[in-house]
Write a new protein. Structure first.
Length: 107
């Protein structure tokens, strides 16, 4: 074997080693890509869950606000009814007094 053949032989050996290393790196890259995809899916699931939680929290807040508004409206209606009853009671009492005095004056 001459020197030139020796260099070719060592180059072929280096090429084979590089091919093996390239295959290892490809496999490692595939594993990393699978992990990245899994992490991406997990992240998307967690993001969707977080969005759902926020929506539920907002719904709870809106429900509380609606309930508060309805209570306030109910309180206003109740106060209006009480006021109307008081007016009716005063009117009825005045009518009774009026009838009493009118009947008494007529005797």
């Amino acid at each position: 074997m001459n020197l030139q053949d020796m260099d070719c032989f060592s180059l072929i050996k280096q090429i084979e080693e590089l091919k093996k290393e390239n295959e290892k790196l490809k496999k490692e890259n595939e594993k990393l890509m699978e992990g990245l995809k899994k992490n991406s899916v997990d992240f998307n699931i967690k993001a969707k869950e977080a969005i759902q939680r926020k929506k539920k929290e907002k719904i709870k807040v809106y429900k509380k606000k609606i309930a508060e508004i309805l209570r306030e409206k109910q309180d206003i209606k109740t106060k209006e009814l009480i006021s109307m009853l008081e007016i009716n009671n005063k009117t009825f009492y005045n009518l009774k007094l009026n009838v009493f005095f009118n009947d008494g004056a007529g005797i």
